[in-house]
Design a protein around this ligand. Structure first.
Ligand code: NAP
Length: 250
């Protein structure tokens, strides 16, 4: 296994983030496994990586809070060495809600985690990676959503709009730091079989919508992680500002 620089993966105790950690570790990166509350699940991801010969450690932190974001990067570098990249994966839908019923509390929380958290984690990464700030360059991959293009009508326009912000952020940031040795891309998953649907209050959502996906099924967290790993790798050396749908055509 090559020795590669450490990657911070936010929201990595379950679902897509956990799959990304396993793949990046297998590719030789030490990985910082961030989680909000699922300590045991995050430790299980770490244990799997260690058992496979990789390096990883778990770090709590609410990606909706600046102090936690700053603390995550400091703790991760102290434990696992200099940063080489960031996967901005932590994200929440908030509860299902039509716009007519939306509340400031839902909007504030979804935007705090999905948008402000994404910006601030990227800020912490850039300060460490930028060749203009003494770093060696690196890669940021943001996890957006096909909801950004589909709009989320009747379910979560608030969530879809937050992911639209992630996509625009990806394009702008990619251009802003291209001359500083940092590539920035996004993966835009479609309907992926994880806990996120049940957490939003729609446990049957994947079963209900899978047949309507052009490829005829929901995707897996592993299939999203493959795309993240590609964008993180040198095989994607000439790719920046891209938004890659991993959505079975949805
Ligand atoms: P998931 O199964 O619900 O897992 C969410 C992960 O994020 C968990 O590890 C959770 O930690 C963590 N998390 C939640 N809030 C956090 C916070 N404030 N700070 C730090 N970590 C936090 O979700 P998923 O489906 O894997 O989604 C991952 C990303 O993909 C999200 O950005 C989501 O919007 C995006 N996405 C998912 C789909 C899909 O269909 N699944 C489609 C498009 C985009 P705890 O375990 O500690 O709560």
């Amino acid at each position: 296994m090559d020795t590669k620089p450490m990657i911070v993966v936010t929201g990595a105790s379950r679902g897509i983030g956990a799959a990304v950690c396993r793949k990046l570790a297998r590719a030789g990166h030490p990985v910082a496994v961030n989680y909000a509350t699922s300590h045991d699940a995050a430790e299980r991801v770490v244990a799997e990586i260690l058992a496979a010969g990789g390096r990883a450690a778990a770090f709590p932190g609410d990606m909706g809070r600046e102090a936690d974001i700053v603390g995550l990067f400091t703790a991760a570098e102290a434990a696992l060495g200099p940063l080489g990249g960031l996967v901005n994966n932590a994200g929440i839908t908030g509860p299902l809600s039509r716009v007519a019923d939306i509340t400031p509390a839902i909007l504030e929380r979804v935007l705090a985690v999905n948008v402000t958290g994404c910006f601030l984690a990227a800020r912490e990464a850039i300060r460490r990676l930028s060749t203009k700030m003494g770093g060696n360059g690196g890669v940021i991959v943001n996890i957006a959503s096909r909801a950004a293009g589909l709009g989320g009508a009747g379910e979560w326009v608030h969530y879809a709009a937050s992911k639209g912000a992630v996509e625009t952020f990806t394009i702008g940031l990619a251009r802003e730091v291209a001359g500083e040795g940092i590539r920035v891309n996004a993966v835009s998953p479609g309907l992926i079989d994880t806990d996120i649907h049940a957490s939003a209050g729609a446990p049957d959502r994947v079963a209900r919508l899978a047949a309507g996906v052009p490829l005829g099924r929901a995707g897996s967290a592993d299939e999203v992680a493959d795309a993240v790993q590609f964008l993180m790798s040198d095989q994607a050396a000439y790719i920046t500002g891209a938004i890659l749908p991993v959505s079975g055509g949805r």
